[in-house]
Ligand binder design. Structure first.
Ligand SMILES: Cc1ncc(COP(=O)(O)O)c(C=O)c1O
Length: 365
């Protein structure tokens, strides 16, 4: 698992559009705040984390007791799954989807059910409910990683209203700001069994700084904290996050930039006859019509690092939207790989990717 996430050695001038990072990095106010806090780096300074929580809660109209800060959203994602799934309570997710929660569920001994997306690449909430009468947790990622597609708020509400008693719905909003879609925070405010995850890694460009939130009713947060344990936040991330939240232009401007580069890339793909899944996020799935891994390797030869494949869509590769210049380099390399015979392609014989999890249930991986 770790090896699959590691980035291969690459040259300094490589185009890196493989891990859904934001090439713009932290905003200028965030950078200034980091520089200013460095002399205080010897202090835990958890009062700053309180400031961050209060700032976020105020912006979103939430009670601060409903918000807990973490170093990124991977930590609360894992521990929410560990808290709410077990050998008796299964984990229901979408396919293709972001897999981190699935790995946590497997570690908790839970049955994992992967439910195909609908034809519009939304989460199929009715099929998820049908598959999860014993569910502990339903995981909804919107916009979805890897497809960048949305699940309507009404579908999430339906899931929440019809889920089995005692289960929770975890809504991962890592990419929500790229889309402008409505958040599920209203369901948290309404006291539902919903946990929302947010991160500063994507739109805010702070993946390497590590800051995120779990937002939920205090009794649900307590369960997460019981498994996650207490930790301090990196002060650099905290002050950068506060400065970012206070920068009213940041989200609209970055959403506009991402949408504009993404649209330009889609137009180029259309003009050149390539297929892709239209996305509302900073990534999209591109159909190479051949084993995606071969294209990934051939693109790396061209000094362009692109994202991975999902077993359920073996000819698709995930592309992160980079800067305009990076996407132009991507286009040139992709054209060369696809048309120029930069690599000899072949389709391997179809084979099953089904694997047994430690509890004897077959899962699609
Ligand atoms: C859907 C989704 N959730 C959570 C994460 C975790 O991000 P981080 O720990 O940087 O907040 C990622 C990272 O790519 C992601 O794609």
């Amino acid at each position: 698992m770790l090896a699959a996430r590691a980035r291969a050695p690459h040259s300094k001038d490589a185009v890196i559009i493989d891990q859904n990072e934001n090439p713009l990095g932290p905003s200028q106010p965030a950078r200034d705040a980091i520089s200013a806090i460095i002399p205080q780096g010897g202090r835990y300074a958890d009062n700053l984390t309180d400031d961050l929580v209060h700032t976020f809660a105020q912006f979103e109209g939430l009670d601060p007791d409903y918000v807990h800060a973490f170093p990124g959203s991977s930590v609360p994602l894992r521990f929410t799954v560990v808290a709410f799934t077990s050998r008796e309570r299964s984990y229901i997710t979408a396919d293709p989807g972001y897999e981190a929660g699935m790995y946590a569920a497997e570690a908790a001994g839970a049955r994992v059910v992967k439910v195909p997306l609908t034809t519009t690449h939304a989460h199929d909430v009715k099929a998820m409910l049908a598959a999860g009468s014993d569910a502990g947790l339903f995981y909804v990622c919107t916009p979805n990683n890897p497809t960048g597609t949305l699940t309507p708020h009404a579908d999430i509400e339906y899931l929440v209203e019809n889920k089995p008693k005692g289960s929770v719905v975890l809504v991962d909003e890592a990419y929500i700001h790229f889309s402008g879609a409505p958040s599920a925070l209203d369901l948290v405010k309404a006291g539902k069994d919903v946990i929302v995850l947010r991160t500063f890694s994507k739109t805010y460009g702070m993946a390497g700084l590590r800051c995120g939130f779990a937002i939920a009713r205090p009794d649900l947060l307590t369960k997460i904290m019981d498994s996650a344990g207490w930790n301090f936040m990196p002060v650099t991330a905290v002050v950068a996050a506060i400065a970012s939240l206070k920068d009213a232009q940041l989200v609209p401007e970055r959403r506009r930039i991402n949408a504009s580069v993404r649209q330009q890339t889609f137009q180029w793909l259309d003009r050149n006859g390539y297929s892709y899944i239209p996305s509302e996020s900073n990534c999209f799935m591109l159909d190479t019509k051949r084993p995606g891994k071969q294209v990934i390797d051939a693109m790396a030869q061209q000094n362009v690092l692109i994202g991975r494949i999902w077993p359920v869509m073996p000819t698709y590769v995930r592309i992160t939207v980079g800067t305009r210049e990076e996407m132009e380099q991507f286009q040139a390399a992709f054209q060369k790989v696809m048309r120029g015979g930069a690599v000899a392609f072949s389709l391997p014989p179809a084979r099953s990717t089904r694997k047994r999890n430690p509890h004897g249930t077959f899962v699609q991986v």
